[in-house]
Design a protein around this ligand. Structure first.
Ligand code: NAD
Length: 265
């Protein structure tokens, strides 16, 4: 199975190269970057700190979509929307890890699911996907006297906030309460904002250092507080999950799938 990595010189891209090289039955089809990237032409194996792979970094995603069985995309929203159009044209499996997309960019990914198997997740770790189920369950069991707050901390390079995973956890909590997240979410607080509205799902964002990704969902009730936490200490958990999703996608019909589908949760 030939897997291509778009954004191959990024933090996740380099981990994904190594994860494809380590996976049974998978081979590296190639990797792309934005046209002006300084590593253009570099061997992908060397880029990931491994032995030379004999495939170099290119700026031609169209050729990669033609050559690969599956493409893994952890890039930026504008690039992911363009890649989604290519997946729809070629029918190539697309694994989307990019977060922070606006409605138009998300629509391009959703539309690609009509023509190709598309697996999209804000977080490809097994642990966070387990957490999503636990958070929904806790929100359905605890009454709305338990205030729900979602906290994320990430490294100082991260550009979107709250994190895609924090928003997915908020969606899971909202689903547990049978409400729409958009109707109850408070994504930032500043100044004299008044008392906390009942039923609100609040978000708090911390950024700093080299933190790979910490998430906590709190249920702060009368006399007690329940906290469910996940801490990622290596990007390998996301890369391994994304490669697993790519391999799984190759035996699926067109559709928009989640990591829960891949894991059979
Ligand atoms: P990064 O900035 O290190 O990497 C992104 C790469 O995409 C960069 O190398 C950039 O040059 C490249 N890029 C930009 N435009 C491109 C284009 N047109 N074609 C090809 N490549 C292009 O960021 P990162 O930390 O690797 O994260 C990337 C994305 O993945 C972010 O949205 C992040 O939130 C998300 N992420 C998701 C998960 C998950 O499990 N879903 C886990 C970690 C990160």
């Amino acid at each position: 199975m030939k897997i291509g990595i778009v954004g191959a010189a990024g933090r996740m891209g380099r981990m994904l190269i190594a994860a494809v090289e380590a996976a049974d039955g998978a081979e590296l089809a190639g990797g792309t970057e934005a046209a002006n990237h300084p590593e253009m032409g570099r061997d992908l194996g060397e880029l990931a700190g491994l032995e030379a792979a004999g495939v170099v970094l290119s700026a031609d995603p169209h050729a990669l979509f033609e050559a690969a069985d599956a493409i893994i995309d952890f890039t930026v929203p504008t690039a992911t929307a363009a890649h989604a159009v290519m997946a729809a044209e070629t029918g190539t499996v697309l694994v989307v890890g990019t977060t922070g997309m606006d409605d138009e960019q998300q629509n391009a990914v959703t539309a690609a699911g009509q023509k190709a198997p598309v697996i999209q997740a804000a977080n490809f770790s097994v642990g966070v996907n387990l957490l999503l189920g636990l958070v929904e369950k806790a929100a359905s069991v605890l009454p709305d006297t338990y205030d729900i707050e979602v906290l994320d901390m990430h490294h100082h390079h991260k550009v979107d906030a709250p994190s895609g995973t924090a928003l997915a956890l908020g969606e899971a909590a909202a689903a547990g309460r049978d409400v729409a997240l958009d109707d109850v979410a408070c994504k930032a607080r500043d100044g004299i904002i008044g008392a906390r509205p009942k039923g609100e799902i609040g978000f708090a964002t911390l950024r700093g250092g080299d933190v790979v990704g910490d998430h906590t969902v709190m249920y702060a009730g009368p006399g007690e507080r329940v906290e469910i936490t996940h801490k990622a200490s290596s990007r390998e958990v996301f890369a391994g999950g994304a490669v697993r999703a790519a391999i799984w996608g190759c035996s699926q019909k067109p559709g928009l799938y989640s990591m829960k589908d891949v894991l059979g949760f």
